[in-house]
Design a protein around this ligand. Structure first.
Ligand SMILES: *[C@@H]1O[C@H](CO)[C@@H](O)[C@H](O)[C@H]1NC(C)=O
Ligand SMILES: *[C@@H]1O[C@H](CO)[C@@H](O)[C@H](O)[C@H]1NC(C)=O
Ligand SMILES: *[C@@H]1O[C@H](CO)[C@@H](O)[C@H](O)[C@H]1NC(C)=O
Ligand SMILES: *[C@@H]1O[C@H](CO)[C@@H](O)[C@H](O)[C@H]1NC(C)=O
Ligand SMILES: *[C@@H]1O[C@H](CO)[C@@H](O)[C@H](O)[C@H]1NC(C)=O
Ligand SMILES: *[C@@H]1O[C@H](CO)[C@@H](O)[C@H](O)[C@H]1NC(C)=O
Ligand SMILES: *[C@@H]1O[C@H](CO)[C@@H](O)[C@H](O)[C@H]1NC(C)=O
Ligand SMILES: *[C@@H]1O[C@H](CO)[C@@H](O)[C@H](O)[C@H]1NC(C)=O
Ligand SMILES: *[C@@H]1O[C@H](CO)[C@@H](O)[C@H](O)[C@H]1NC(C)=O
Ligand SMILES: *[C@@H]1O[C@H](CO)[C@@H](O)[C@H](O)[C@H]1NC(C)=O
Ligand SMILES: CC(=O)N[C@H]1CO[C@H](CO)[C@@H](O)[C@@H]1O
Length: 601
């Protein structure tokens, strides 16, 4: 689950102009002190680097020195405290390789990578603190109660800073509890630093964090001599000790499979014999009932129609697999029951119902201000990313739509109904089906026409959903003229994309966020599955504070509007040169946005 959280990175450069959405490495070669080939220094340097590679993963930290002044080579490497032994080893090897390539003739150089840093010099620098270069990665999700969050976080980090300077290992971690969430944090200094160096380094990176991402639900600030990290994870430890291997997956032993079995008697009690008044709704697979277990826990019980073709054993296997999926943006499966002729799935109950009931309601939609909509979009992205690539299983939802997004009491989105979606094993990413099941309007062209489904057909459905959330309009009701994506594309193409925004949102919103969402919506709706970004690319786009330059091509199912709407022909016919259009739609309105490259695929 670590990797999931780590993909929510926002890359900051030194001055917090958010210019790239790729992870950046920092390399520096001191060109003032070169060595000449044939001299003794490079020989000493090679020995030093080899020793660092050999020793780094033992404790995540190593120093080494070979030779005599003035040709002595000093080297130091340190892996981030939360990085495993294997990752540490890989990272140090990468670092050495990059240094050889980038600084081939310098006596002094350093590199900061995501998982480790490395420095060498002809001077002994082991006890000198250096935080002049930093990399910051922020989780894109903003804390929901910024003021409280900031004060708890700051107190936690400052406490850690005062204990780390006293700790011989120069590594401490701790957590603080805030509003039903736990903030985990760690700070680390290079073990060879004195108290003063460590504390100066920390002061510097804490200041950096405060300027950049202290209101985000997680961040890592990395420098040569010290790092800090905090996260809000449910069961996450932010420290992987280099000495212990693995230890993950103890979830399975804790939640024994049998505990998922819930008796029919209990479920009948909970739902009053599946009475009509407890019925929440009816879906493609059967009806859903609200229930209350004897311990007071509220549940939602899905009663699969008995005609469901799936065999019992098959269903059981699938349920056991799905029960392993734990993510805060997925509706949690609590258990199941296969008794008599019943096939019942038991989920957590979510009081705020499904997104469509709010988004398309004339009154309730007003409660969805932009910030909330944005949080919902980000949550859906996280959930989908988990299904597509971060869980051990590869799952294609196949029926993503507003009514399958449920909202908890804090309006956090949770994807529902993935339980019966197609499971894939290993690296298989595509499938074929004779029975096209899904919801018209959300289905990708290749799925409707050929029954091909893949993570990219989910991406297509996701984009329709994003456009619906931004515009507050249903695809199928969109002013009767054309489908939603065509309408959106025309606005994008003539530089009036912001007019698409649901008018009930008012005018309090960061323009670049809205534009980014519309752009993502349009990129994901493109005809060719390969042209659509993957969910991890979507995350990158969301986490960057820039609008990237490649423009989306026309969407699938494009319906031109010339005839229906007199004013639109002008805008659309010249619209295809979309480079200038974006710049023009941004100019004056979003001056904090810089234009940069799209994340590489
Ligand atoms: C050191 O080498 C770099 C090229 O690798 C060169 O640009 C630089 O001028 C050199 N510095 C000195 C002091 O010779
Ligand atoms: C140092 O190691 C690199 C890579 O193994 C090699 O290419 C280079 O020739 C070595 N330099 C010296 C002076 O031994
Ligand atoms: C580190 O490597 C050097 C040389 O490769 C070796 O002499 C030394 O014992 C190693 N240190 C540890 C802690 O293993
Ligand atoms: C850093 O380590 C994490 C696991 O801790 C891994 O997922 C990630 O790919 C590594 N980063 C790089 C650039 O190798
Ligand atoms: C920081 O330390 C003080 C004094 O030990 C303690 O009262 C406070 O609760 C700590 N704050 C956090 C967030 O742990
Ligand atoms: C992390 O904190 C826990 C609780 O304070 C402590 O037991 C553990 O040793 C710490 N781990 C490291 C690596 O400092
Ligand atoms: C459910 O049905 C059983 C018999 O099938 C009956 O004994 C019981 O009272 C019913 N419970 C409720 C709450 O209606
Ligand atoms: C969501 O649920 C909470 C708690 O049940 C409630 O206070 C809030 O009004 C609900 N929001 C909407 C939009 O229904
Ligand atoms: C842009 O296109 C939309 C949709 O076709 C149209 O309603 C609008 O009037 C156009 N605006 C301009 C300035 O051309
Ligand atoms: C549209 O493009 C045509 C030629 O491609 C040009 O003559 C016309 O002036 C353009 N219209 C606008 C409004 O830019
Ligand atoms: C009413 C309407 O415009 N429905 C459209 C919804 O989107 C699909 C394609 O995604 C179109 O085929 C429908 O015409």
């Amino acid at each position: 689950m670590d990797s999931l959280q780590l993909t929510f990175l926002l890359c900051l450069t030194q001055v917090f102009s958010f210019t790239k959405c790729q992870l950046q490495n920092i390399t520096s070669c001191n060109s003032a002190i070169n060595f000449t080939s044939g001299s003794i220094f490079p020989v000493n340097l090679n020995l030093t680097l080899a020793s660092l590679v050999a020793n780094a993963s033992i404790s995540g930290f190593a120093t080494s020195s070979f030779g005599q002044d003035p040709n002595n080579a000093y080297g130091l490497t340190r892996c981030r405290a939360y990085v495993s032994k294997e990752e540490c080893q890989t990272c140090v090897e990468t670092a050495v390789g990059k240094m050889r390539q980038l600084c081939p003739s310098q006596k002094e150089a350093f590199i900061l990578l995501e998982n480790c840093s490395l420095k060498y010099s002809n001077q002994n620098f082991f006890s000198t603190a250096d935080s002049s270069s930093k990399i910051g990665y922020c989780n894109v999700v903003k804390a929901s109660q910024p003021a409280l969050f900031q004060s708890v976080l700051l107190s936690l980090i400052l406490n850690l800073s005062s204990s780390v300077i006293l700790s011989p290992s120069r590594l401490v971690n701790s957590s603080a509890y805030m509003d039903s969430k736990t903030i985990y944090a760690m700070v680390q200094c290079t073990p060879t630093l004195e108290v003063k160096g460590c504390s100066n380094c920390l002061r510097d990176i804490i200041t950096y964090m405060l300027t950049g991402c202290n209101l985000n639900e997680g961040s890592r600030i990395l420098s040569l001599s010290c790092d800090l990290r905090y996260e809000i994870y449910l069961r996450e430890t932010i420290l992987v000790s280099c000495k212990s291997d693995g230890g993950h997956n103890h979830d399975e032993s804790i939640r024994s499979k049998e505990s998922l079995l819930i008796s029919l008697r209990k479920l009948k009690e909970a739902t009053r014999n599946f009475s009509e008044e407890y019925k929440l709704g009816k879906g493609g697979f059967g009806s859903v009932y609200k229930g209350t277990l004897s311990n007071g826990r509220e549940i939602a019980v899905k009663r699969l129609s008995s005609s469901s073709a799936q065999g019992l054993q098959e269903l059981k296997t699938e349920v056991l697999l799905v029960a392993k999926l734990l993510h805060r943006n997925l509706v949690r499966l609590l258990g199941f029951c296969l008794e008599e002729d019943e096939k019942l799935l038991v989920y957590e109950f979510l009081p705020n119902g499904s997104l469509d009931k709010i988004l398309f309601d004339q009154i309730k939609r007003f409660s969805l201000e932009w910030e909330r909509r944005y949080r919902i979009i980000v949550g859906i992205v996280r959930g989908l990313l988990y299904l597509h690539q971060d869980s051990q299983l590869r799952i294609i939802h196949r029926d993503l739509k507003a009514s399958n997004i449920l909202l908890d009491e804090e309006m956090n989105p949770k994807i529902a109904d993935f339980g019966l979606a197609k499971l894939f094993s290993g690296s298989q990413t595509q499938g074929n089906t004779l029975r096209v099941a899904g919801t018209y309007g959300y289905m990708a062209p290749e799925y409707i026409q050929h029954g091909h489904f893949s993570t990219k057909s989910d991406v297509y459905s996701f984009s329709i959903l994003v456009l619906e959330i931004v515009t507050g309009q249903k695809n199928w009701s969109s002013n009767n003229l054309a489908n939603l994506q065509s309408h959106a594309w025309q606005h994008w193409a003539n530089g009036t994309a912001l007019e698409l925004l649901d008018p009930t949102i008012g005018d309090q919103f960061p323009r670049y966020e809205v534009l980014k969402c519309i752009q993502i919506g349009l990129m994901c709706v493109q005809d060719g599955p390969a042209d659509r970004p993957s969910m991890s690319e979507v995350i990158m786009m969301l986490s960057s504070y820039t609008i990237s330059s490649p423009a989306p091509a026309r969407p699938a199912f494009y319906v031109p509007m010339e005839k229906e709407e007199p004013g639109s022909a002008k805008g659309y016919s010249n619209g295809s040169s979309s480079d200038q259009l974006k710049t023009s739609s941004l100019q004056g309105s979003v001056n904090e946005v810089t234009i940069s490259e799209l994340c590489p695929r």
